[in-house]
Design a protein around this ligand. Structure first.
Ligand SMILES: NC(=O)C1=CN([C@@H]2O[C@H](COP(=O)(O)OP(=O)(O)OC[C@H]3O[C@@H](n4cnc5c(N)ncnc54)[C@H](O)[C@@H]3O)[C@@H](O)[C@H]2O)C=CC1
Ligand SMILES: O=C(O)[C@H]1O[C@H](OP(=O)(O)OP(=O)(O)OC[C@H]2O[C@@H](n3ccc(=O)[nH]c3=O)[C@H](O)[C@@H]2O)[C@H](O)[C@@H](O)[C@@H]1O
Length: 460
């Protein structure tokens, strides 16, 4: 059973490569000719640990193919995975134009019983729209061809996408036909060997499961960020609180790490899309609204802490920023908290010297050219180079090389030994004896405010 995967982004490329790794012959299709040319030449469009190796190996072994031509890819396959983007439309609801365009295209070329599997994150009822779009094309062609539409949402995390796909907690298959179910069962059998991971349910239930999962994870983070901010006011270290509550198996230790807000292409867009779905039915969503509002506010927290320490006019100040990607392990900058911080710093007159192990090329391409041209945002060749002469270090993304840095070297390089830790990576008890001023998120410690600081200087 050969597979076609349509959309060769984070989800499509990982899906195609991982099925090929399990022995299937897969053709990945994308409308982006540059991406496909690159992939044919062995150049990956994204950074994802472990992905390059399996793409190159399976391409070399002739199991993984790339094309811009969907009809050509469809010839040898009867299972079509749709993995195109579902970005937010103007009102925040999921924009289905790419999914439905693919459905129409499939309908134009379908030539025998097929299963159309929706892997993109789509609102409840989208499978019906996909079915209608395919059927409309079949009607135009005047042919009767049976097909099924299955919802198989994806739960991989960027930065761990291959591992998540290969060893998923669960595989959700929303399916209302026995024939399609048997095909899905066979496809996922290699991922299911030591325990049953597939949960079968209705199509709409599967579509909703994806949004509910992302919204709950985002809720945990926003809740924890709110608790962390309160801990700051109370002089309490949220890291102990996190450990304390995470040990309760009903709460769990995952996704309760406070920080400078969640980013990425999915939590922000999916929470927003779920809110839109509810509002379209006249249903209010105070919990989800609060999750979003807390996250928007949380992305400002680092800037607020810096303003408290250095004043609101930051002209003449330079800040080192470690981490640009929205999380470690990826070069994805979508909705990255670093962007919000850097924009606020530049608007306040500061200069920024930033370093990220993999996302700097992406930043150069995607962020406003004016930020770089004016020389106010520069990218350092090394994490320590970013510190030279900076007024403080702000840790935004907890890449591994940032976790245990050489504090003595950092002290020598920084103009003043000040660390603002947006991901609670450092131990204040280790830093304080070294003479660092330190503030995290909810550690109950504040950098001295500009007023205290001026006051203490005046008293000296
Ligand atoms: N990025 C992630 O970690 C996850 C994303 N998702 C969902 O999966 C879907 C895809 O997300 P990403 O992979 O991040 O998107 P992406 O933006 O990285 O990739 C989408 C790809 O689809 C291609 N495309 C658009 N229209 C096409 C067409 N008509 N034919 C062929 N290719 C076409 C684009 O050129 C692009 O390469 C979204 O619905 C997203 O919410 C779900 C789980 C994880
Ligand atoms: O639908 C999607 O696209 C995916 O969205 C998230 O995955 P992803 O956005 O790639 O990355 P996460 O690890 O979830 O991190 C998202 C954001 O939350 C932040 N985060 C995460 C965990 C935490 O405890 N605290 C926290 O602030 C991260 O720093 C990051 O900015 C989900 O975790 C995946 O299951 C889902 O498939």
């Amino acid at each position: 059973m050969n597979l076609t995967v349509i959309g060769t982004g984070y989800v499509g490329l990982v899906t195609g490569a991982c099925f090929a790794e399990m022995g299937r012959t897969v053709t990945c299709v994308d409308v982006d000719a540059g991406k496909i040319e690159g992939l044919k030449a062995g150049v990956l469009p994204i950074y994802e640990p472990g992905l390059e190796e399996i793409v190159l190996r399976n391409s070399a072994e002739d199991r993984l193919h790339f094309t811009t031509e969907l009809p050509e890819a469809m010839q040898d396959s009867k299972v079509y995975f749709i993995a195109v983007g579902t970005p937010p439309g103007e009102d925040g609801s999921a924009d289905l134009q790419y999914v439905l365009a693919v459905a129409r295209q499939i309908g134009r070329h379908l030539d025998g019983y097929s299963v159309i599997v929706d892997k993109s994150t789509v609102p409840v009822g989208t499978a019906d729209k996909v079915r209608a779009a395919v059927q409309a094309e079949l009607d135009v062609r005047g042919v009767k061809i049976p097909f099924d539409v299955v919802s198989n949402p994806e739960f991989l995390k960027e930065g761990a996408a291959v591992a998540d796909f290969m060893r998923p907690d669960r595989i959700i298959v929303g399916c209302e036909s026995e024939r399609a179910r048997e095909i899905m069962k066979k496809l996922y059998a290699p991922f299911n060997r030591n325990r049953e991971r597939v949960i079968y349910m209705g199509v709409k239930e599967a579509e909703m499961t994806k949004y509910a999962a992302n919204a709950l994870l985002a809720t945990k983070i926003s809740f924890m960020n709110e608790i962390a901010n309160l801990c700051d006011l109370l002089g309490v270290d949220v890291e102990s609180v996190r450990e304390g509550i995470g040990s309760d198996s009903r709460i769990g230790s995952h996704f309760i790490y406070p920080g400078c807000g969640y980013g990425g292409s999915c939590f922000p867009k999916d929470v927003q899309a779920l809110i839109r779905t509810a509002h379209a039915r006249g249903y209010a969503t105070p919990v989800l609204d609060a999750v979003e509002a807390r996250n928007a506010a949380q992305k400002q927290v680092l800037f607020q802490k810096l303003s408290r320490r250095f004043g609101s006019d930051l002209r003449g100040h330079t800040f080192a920023v470690w981490g640009l990607a929205f999380k470690p392990g990826t070069d994805d900058l979508r909705e990255a908290p670093a962007r919000v911080l850097i924009e606020a710093l530049l608007n306040a007159g500061a200069s920024v010297r930033a370093y990220d192990p993999v996302a700097m090329d992406a930043a150069r391409k995607e962020w406003p050219a004016a930020w770089f041209e004016a020389g106010r945002l520069s990218l350092a060749a090394h994490q320590y180079e970013a510190l030279e002469g900076a007024d403080a270090l702000v840790l935004v993304t907890e890449w591994k090389p940032f976790r245990h840095p050489d504090f003595a070297a950092m002290k020598r390089l920084l103009k003043a030994p000040i660390i603002l830790d947006g991901r609670n990576q450092y131990d204040p008890e280790e830093l304080q004896p070294l003479g660092f001023e330190y503030e995290g998120i909810g550690r109950g410690l504040a950098l001295p405010s500009v007023k205290d600081f001026t006051g203490s200087l005046a008293r000296r």
